[in-house]
Design a binder for this molecule. Structure first.
Ligand SMILES: Cc1ncc(COP(=O)(O)O)c(C=O)c1O
Length: 445
């Protein structure tokens, strides 16, 4: 079994309720709608940078960063210091009073975006941010129709669920009025493959078709993740967003980049995922990694578009909370000062190279996708690309038993998602590759 890289941190002995007791309490008092990873769910009670610990003190490499949320490491000391100071002075106030944290954080956040994208509206979750972005787009354009992508995930509120396009995440209730879903530009399973240099432009024609033959011809917005996360790490091919944005703007619509997973340097090549696609959106939504794991999200747009929200009062009680903003600001400072983007690029390249070497060993690895530390591994059962859902579940379990936590995604649940905190080291990458190798060997023989 591969050895976890050395770590000096020793968690305090856990003295809380047993795992069985917590399971019982959950089943008695929490909604049955909650799902857990793993056949025997993990109980995580401690975290230190890229590692987490269960109640027995067993250590795991967190290759999924919570769910792509812990951007720079669990309980990062500089972030802890910032929130502890804020917690001891003032935990709550809202935007009806002035507070320096929200103002300083907004300024710093705007400095990471292209000129013009400089007005921030803080919310508590990615779903709320996406709801708000659609509201702004409709208020600004006075149009109604919205185009999102099939296989996309934008959240679970009623509005965001309408944008989301996986049947597994949608309920049969009225939602998503006016939302149309364009074909996902998936070069592995779609009509235009990796061998087609014009795949991006060809896929984008579906956006034009929806505008012309599926809407009033005038639309409010187009929303897409630069790399679909929950959908299984599907990267927008070059040329796709460029053309899609052009068609959308010709139809009066605004372009929204959902950077909830791709933002803050994770893709390595750029700070924002859209920058890898040679486009500049009108609205950017962000969450997860923005606060290294705290309930914080934001919508950033232009002054002109932001003005549309002054037509009526729009208020969010916890959006811009002083503690969340202290955490967001400290997180952003760590990301920038410690060059987390550079680390994501360097180690992401090593990870991708290592995975490619594994692909030549295991025919079950159908496709390897992603950039930086946002990587997916699609497992297949045969040459017809039949999704290897069971194999994926088994590899996923075996990795956990060996001390590696990763994510799982894609509509068929056959994509392993590797998205660790950006503070990981080369030794961690070696460990991830060794574990995947051992787990694939165990599960495919
Ligand atoms: C791309 C994307 N957008 C939006 C969301 C919704 O964020 P939240 O769960 O914070 O509402 C998610 C969550 O996984 C996401 O991955």
């Amino acid at each position: 079994m591969p050895d976890l890289p050395k770590c000096d941190y020793v968690p305090e002995t856990y003295v809380g309720p047993s795992k069985e007791e917590v399971k019982h309490l959950r089943s008695e008092f929490l909604t049955p709608a909650l799902v857990t990873y793993y056949r025997n769910p993990l109980m995580i009670v401690d975290g230190h940078m890229q590692y987490v610990f269960d109640e027995t003190g067993k250590r795991y490499l967190d290759g999924f960063a919570g769910i792509v949320s812990v951007s720079v490491g669990h309980c990062h000391p500089r972030i802890l210091e910032a929130i502890n100071i804020q917690n001891s002075r003032l935990q709550h106030t809202t935007t009806i009073y002035l507070h320096p944290n929200i103002a300083k954080f907004a300024e710093k956040l705007a400095s990471t975006l292209p000129d013009g994208l400089d007005v921030v509206y803080f919310t508590n979750s990615g779903s709320e941010a996406n709801d708000l972005a659609i509201l702004m787009a409709r208020a600004y354009t006075k149009n109604f129709d919205v185009i999102a992508l099939r296989n996309g995930y934008h959240g679970g509120s009623q509005g965001a669920m309408g944008l989301t396009a996986h049947s597994t995440w949608k309920f049969s209730v009225p939602h998503g009025f006016g939302v149309h879903h364009a074909v996902v530009p998936d070069r592995y399973r779609g009509h235009f493959g990796y061998d087609d240099p014009d795949a991006g432009e060809k896929f984008a024609l579906d956006v034009k078709d929806i505008i012309q033959r599926g809407s009033s011809g005038e639309i409010a917005a187009f929303i897409a993740e630069p790399i679909q996360g929950v959908g299984g790490v599907i990267e927008m091919p070059m040329g796709y967003l460029k053309d899609a944005y052009k068609f959308v703007r010709e139809a009066g619509g605004l372009c929204i980049a959902d950077e909830v997973q791709t933002g803050f340097g994770r893709t390595g090549d750029a700070f924002w995922g859209f920058q890898n696609c040679e486009v500049i959106p009108d609205i950017v939504t962000m969450a997860k990694g923005i606060g290294n794991g705290c309930p914080l999200a934001a919508v950033v747009t232009t002054k002109e578009i932001a003005n549309s929200l002054t037509e009526a009062i729009h208020f969010n009680t916890f959006g811009g909370n002083p503690v969340s903003c202290a955490q967001g600001l400290a997180t952003l400072e760590v990301i920038l000062e410690d060059d987390m983007q550079g680390n994501a690029k360097l180690l992401g390249t090593k990870l991708l190279e290592g995975l490619q070497a594994l692909q030549s060993k295991y025919s079950s690895i159908g496709d390897i996708r992603g950039r930086g530390l946002m990587v997916g591994l699609e497992l297949i059962a045969d040459d017809d690309k039949t999704p290897a859902t069971e194999l994926t579940a088994n590899v996923f379990e075996t990795c956990k038993d060996m001390g590696l936590i990763i994510g799982k995604g894609g509509y068929f649940g056959n994509v392993l998602r590797i998205k660790p905190p950006m503070c990981i080291t080369e030794a961690d990458i070696v460990f991830i590759l060794e574990v995947l190798d051992a787990a694939l060997a165990e599960e495919t023989t």
